[in-house]
Design a protein. Sequence first.
Length: 135
Amino acid sequence: MRATHGSALNLRSQIETHPHTEQVARLQQECDPVFARVDKLLALLNKSKLLHILYLLNAKQRPMRFTELKQLVDSSSTTVSRRLEELEKNGLITRRVVGTYPKTVEYNMTEDARCLAPTIQSMYDWIVERDVALV
């Protein structure tokens, strides 16, 4: 059966006046900004070694020094340094210079990062418990 121009207009007006259309539009307005922020968070967390740094800071439950993080993350100084800068810039860690000689820098999780910690931990647990070979 072929739709005519009139039946297409009729269908469009039914959709526009359908009670769920307004709900869907409202949900989309509410969700779009949240979805965009979730996408940004996932893009940040997807960066090389970033999740590992957060995981370690949470597991240790204390400030950690750059060299300790670098050793445990097993990555280059450049990568670890960039990830720490990004985490600090996004309010997920704090950086504190300790007044020792030579100068020492410690990194610690912020409250916002601690709120993310159970989600991060669950990803690590999921991998360990399932021994999944992802492709």
